[in-house]
Design a protein around this ligand. Sequence first.
Ligand code: BG6
Length: 471
Amino acid sequence: MIHKTLKPFPKHFLWGASTSAYQVEGASLEDGKGPSCQDVKKVPEGTSDLKVCADQYHRYKEDIALMAEMGFKTYRFSVSWSRILPEGTGAVNPKGIEYYNNLIDECLKYGIEPLVTMFHFDMPAALDKRGSWSNRESVDWFLNFAKVLFESFGDRVKYWLTINEQNMLTLVGPVIGTLMIPEGCTNILKETYQQNHHMLVAQAKAMALCHELLPNAKIGPAPNISVVYSASCKPEDTLAAQNFNAIRNWLYLDMAVYGVYNNLVWSYLEEHDAVPVFAPGDEEALKNGRPDFIGFNYYTTSTAQASDGTEKEGKKADQQKADGIPGVYKGFRNPNLLTTEFGWEIDPLGFRATMREIYSRYHLPMIVTENGLGAYDKLTEDKKVHDPYRIEYLRKHIEQIRLAITDGCEMMGYCPWSAIDLISTHEGIVKRYGFIYVDREEFDLKTMNRYRKDSFYWYKKVIASNGEDLA
Ligand code: BG6
């Protein structure tokens, strides 16, 4: 569709950016915080641990002031479960509540709407010991945590996100450091999708609880969604793309919105003796949970061709790269796209295709909860960071949001990854995403000072013009 006139961004469009607790806060065992699975995992060789990160726990005032200077309308951050409940259940840590109270109040002081992710890859280690999401009780653990959050912060937080990238937890959990498989398990796929089922039920119940306790709040999921292209017009490739679309994307949104399992995924699980066990009441709970909007992370698209059985599941896999799944699809390197320094394909047009596809399937307002470019930024001697590559990446993606709005998609906001430099899921601090540079290296904490990158000034202009000035 080539439009002659573009529609503007909505007046109250939520411009902002994102982070997550375990990647940005640091203070990993301070003020009563219990360890999370991220604190006890073996970090990939050559990358920093998660003890200090960007030290936002101690520097949130400075960080929020910088976000306010950029003109943020929202800040998407996550709450560390084990900072609030050090054992995951049981006693609440008052210092944890105090920290998030301060963070929320600091945002509101500048008119920045907090957008709170309840769970971003950081299961309390104490609950990992009890079986993590494999344990049916995890549904109640999460619901109890949700209740504490709603009761403690619901008077000020209007926007909630349930589980960050549940699809990536399920598809590439080991890379992120989250997959907990009980010893002696003989069917890992079944176990993984049972965990996934518990998360789906927990999410549905948390959405229902949010509506019950906070009638004016809005809540939604935050999976990583990107359309899967067919590698060619061969019908076999198109079917493979549909397979991977279902497993990667639609399972999560069909369930969040309609409360039903996607039929292609269900048949794939049946084939592998991996269908999840429903506890009494699950079916109803899944139908009762309704999102008010869809949050989704988008980095790039995937491309699929027909499986020839040679795919090595898990090989070179991370959130955006995968070799394929035998019998389902084979990964295909899209020759039309350039890649980032870290090998992720760059596809702004695929972003528009993704927004169109989500909207036509679910007809709910959408907020982009992550999108961005990881790069080896350099601080110059005069303390500048020239990151034209990031500006170009973000500009091209914002242009596509405007086109999607003109296509008729309802867009609520845009929160690129990340507000400030933080530790990547598996590639350390050197894979930087922020508008704000943090002066530290992998193993040398240096000054931890904050510096405004060129993209900081550019984004400030974008926000001030409500997306009109992208130059
Ligand atoms: C998303 C996650 O998958 O991508 C973030 O929600 C993550 O936690 C981001 O940091 C970028 O990925 P990476 O692997 O480059 O850190």
